[in-house]
Design a protein around this ligand. Structure first.
Ligand code: SF4
Length: 203
């Protein structure tokens, strides 16, 4: 395991009660609140800045070396947007579903369809157990100001559409905001999540 960390960086890490997979540092957003602008390490990881992206085979080997017995879930979440590497993510997730007891969750900004240039929600069916979408703000303009998505103003509606769609394919879908936005925006976001029929969390 140590060889991997020296060559690639921290890919798997403990955070709270979960096991997390940091498979990319690429992201189409530049959120003002992004934790990666504040600290390099998180949980058991010294640094989530990768020297290079791990191949799916390398992540699977890391997982097979790791003691998974104390976890319930593997969460794709790191210093980047995991849906950037959707094909590789699905290879890893399939391995986890077929060979371990872990559930698989993706924490995403919800821009996978724009990143991949195609509908991504159907591809998650039967492989991903849970998706948590970062709603982040209560309308498209405020979202632009806070998250600076490279796809522009259409990103917000794309994120909402992905959330609506992925509910058809993934058993557990939720939305969240970071508690740095004004109270009234948090309440509007709560209403948006409610209108989409998904649980809402302030993180
Ligand atoms: S989407 Fe996530 S990883 Fe990307 S900038 Fe925002 S908080 Fe950071």
């Amino acid at each position: 395991m140590k060889d991997y960390v020296e060559e690639i960086g921290d890919v798997l890490y403990d955070y709270g009660v979960g096991l997390y997979a940091n498979i990319t540092n690429r992201c189409p957003c530049r959120c003002d609140f992004c934790i990666r602008t504040m600290t390099s390490g998180l949980g058991s990881a010294d640094s989530l800045w990768l020297k290079r992206e791990p191949t799916p085979e390398e992540v699977i080997e890391m997982l097979s070396d790791w003691d998974l017995s104390r976890y319930q879930e593997l969460v794709f979440c790191g210093y980047g947007e995991p849906m950037v590497r959707l094909d590789d993510l699905l290879v890893i997730a399939r391995y986890v579903k077929e060979n371990t007891h872990l559930k698989v969750r993706i924490n995403t900004n919800g821009l996978g369809d724009l990143l991949q240039g195609k509908p991504t929600a159907p591809l998650l069916a039967g492989v991903i157990d849970a998706v948590s979408v970062s709603l982040n703000q209560s309308d498209a303009e405020k979202y632009m100001e806070l998250c600076h998505p490279k796809f522009g103003i259409d990103s917000y509606d794309a994120m909402l559409a992905f959330t609506r769609e992925v509910k058809k394919y993934v058993p557990s879908v939720a939305m969240s905001v970071v508690g740095v936005i004004p109270r009234e925006d948090i309440e509007k976001c709560r209403d948006i999540a409610s209108s989409l029929g998904v649980p809402f969390r302030v993180r």
